[in-house]
Write a protein that binds this ligand. Structure first.
Ligand code: ADP
Ligand code: ZN
Length: 530
């Protein structure tokens, strides 16, 4: 068969060979590039590592004028510009890190047509000076990178992105391409609406990352679990370990280094020089483990990250997907490993309660957390759940922990009722509220000093749960909190209170299906490399 190649496709391929040395476009790249080269708008939803950059870089070089790339990732602009320059592309950026001299040098070059690609921080576009600069230049296209930042519903909202509607109002003939690796149907709609891309061509890629094995295990001793995971499955591999706080980043990095694992910390509290040095060590050397807060990784292109580990529960499925997506960009087997426990649920519910913002905002944070908890507690294939969240249907994958070692579901209604009755009795009979640890002591009938002091051994529910162990009770509590049948009070102490749906369980109207925690974490040959 003969394929006819349009002149613009030929020009795009020529740029691809000449500038990047690649042979062919991948996936939907060719169709997206055709659309933009011919002057049309595009909205691109493609997972991390899918090859989004070329979708605007190639058209920027094929079309006349400067390709303007709006990106929130100011820290990466220098690297991006350097990488393009190394390929012979005339690239520049404008952001707040520059002095006035440097800025006017770039502006002059843009106006005189000496720049092929200009990276702009979104707040620059609020300035009339930037707008009039673009009036005087010939603009090939606008690329809006990390476009999910415009979505207020999303996990990464940036108010400056709302102003990007100026692009098509002020320069209606310049094609726009918006790109993101976040693709929940809701975020998709919001990007399309807010950026005026309802009439654009929408390209939604397959979000599955088949080479990533998803695993979520209950926390027993998180540090030891992490060590075992790295040592037995990823010894000598490059990886990223995500922690929520700077403190735990420091502690974890030190603990790993203690065990002979080359680990480096990365968080916003570190000196910029140290951060830069650690990042470049991670990128350039083999087998380095970066222990980081979520500030690390956006836009980092290291193909051979073999694992991403989470020691704290991500706040949303979008965040989890993006962070785990930094593993295995080279397509080789990689692991996404998360340890999660009761305290994660308590802590995050509490943080939401105490967060700034209105009730609607808190409801939204809760919905994000609930979806993440549902992924953790599912007895179905993790990948099926994950892809379903992005509106994509799939069948059981065979490469996640629940597929490899299907967890046993069990009817936890009776333990749930015992747990909730204890909460009720303490509240009704004594006007008291407690955290999970004390509730479990009462249920298993433990004569702890606190139990004795408070005379909680005289409660009717004292010892009624001695058929389960303390670990199992903590799992019951975790799942009740995860499923919303119990709640954490807003007092800041992690005390357990009834939720609006507790009554359904107490009355027996609702049965509570639980997941029995595996005795030992599953492992397979697919997780290891030959
Ligand atoms: P994303 O921005 O979607 O995360 P990138 O644009 O960084 O992805 O691309 C991921 C990797 O794939 C990069 O190393 C890039 O050079 C490479 N890549 C993208 N498209 C092609 C292609 N058509 N041929 C070969 N390599 C490609
Ligand atoms: Zn699966």
């Amino acid at each position: 068969t003969t394929t006819t190649t349009s002149p613009s496709r030929a020009a795009a391929l020529d740029v691809l060979h000449r500038v990047w040395g690649y042979d062919a476009f991948r996936g939907q790249q060719a169709a997206i590039i055709d659309q933009v080269v011919s002057g049309g708008d595009a909205l691109v939803l493609m997972p991390t590592g899918g090859g989004k950059s070329l979708c605007y870089q190639v058209p920027a070089l094929v079309r006349d004028g400067v390709g303007v790339v709006v990106s929130p990732l100011i820290a990466l602009m220098q690297d991006q510009v350097d990488a393009l320059a190394a390929n012979g592309v005339r690239a520049a950026f404008l952001n707040s890190t520059q002095g006035p001299d440097e800025r006017s040098r770039v502006e002059r070059a843009v106006v005189s047509g000496e720049v092929d690609m200009l990276y702009l921080a979104p707040e620059r576009l609020r300035l009339e000076s930037t707008r009039s600069l673009l009036d005087r230049a010939r603009v090939a296209l606008f690329a809006i990178d990390e476009a999910h930042c415009v979505a207020q519903w999303g996990h990464d909202f940036r108010p400056d992105y709302l102003e990007l509607s100026v692009l098509h109002e002020r320069w209606p003939t310049v094609p726009r391409i918006a790109l993101t690796a976040t693709a929940t149907p809701q975020t998709h709609r919001e990007i399309s609406g807010r950026l005026g891309l309802d009439d654009a061509a929408h390209f939604v890629a397959d979000f599955d990352r088949p080479n990533i094995q998803y695993r979520i295990e209950p926390k027993t001793g998180a540090m030891q679990q992490l060590l075992t995971f790295i040592k037995t499955e990823h010894s000598g591999d490059a990886g990223i370990v995500y922690c929520l706080s700077r403190n735990s980043v420091e502690r974890t990095a030190a603990a790993l280094a203690d065990q002979g694992i080359p680990a480096l910390p990365y968080h916003a509290g570190l000196d910029a020089k140290v951060r830069e040095r650690n990042q470049s060590t991670f990128l350039r050397e083999d087998g380095v483990v970066m222990v980081a807060t979520i500030a690390f990784g956006m836009g980092i292109d290291k193909p051979d990250v073999r694992f991403v580990a989470h020691l704290d529960l991500p706040k949303s499925v979008e965040g989890y997907y993006q962070e785990t997506g930094r593993a295995g960009r080279d397509g080789l087997p990689s692991t996404a490993w998360l340890a999660y426990g009761l305290n994660d649920v308590v802590q995050q519910r509490r943080m939401i309660d105490q967060s700034e913002g209105d009730a609607a905002h808190r409801r939204q944070l809760s919905a994000h957390l609930d979806a993440m908890l549902a992924l953790c507690e599912t007895i179905e294939c993790r990948r099926v759940r994950l892809l379903a969240y992005f509106g994509q249907e799939s069948t059981a994958c065979g490469n996640c922990d629940t597929c490899i070692a299907p967890p046993e579901p069990w009817d936890g209604t009776v333990p749930a009722q015992k747990f909730l009755s204890t909460v009720v009795r303490l509240e009704r009979e004594r006007g008291q509220r407690y955290g999970v640890a004390h509730l479990v002591d009462i249920l298993v009938g433990k004569q702890s000093p606190r139990v004795q002091e408070l005379r909680h051994d005289s409660l009717a529910t004292f010892g009624i749960g001695n058929d389960l162990g303390e670990g199992e009770w903590r799992a019951v509590a975790r799942q009740l909190l995860a499923q919303g049948y119990a709640a954490v009070s807003g007092d800041g102490f992690g005390t357990v209170v009834l939720s609006p749906t507790s009554a359904e369980v107490l009355s027996g109207r609702t049965r509570v299906l639980m997941r029995r925690d595996p005795v030992k974490a599953p492992r397979t040959s697919r997780a290891r490399r030959q």
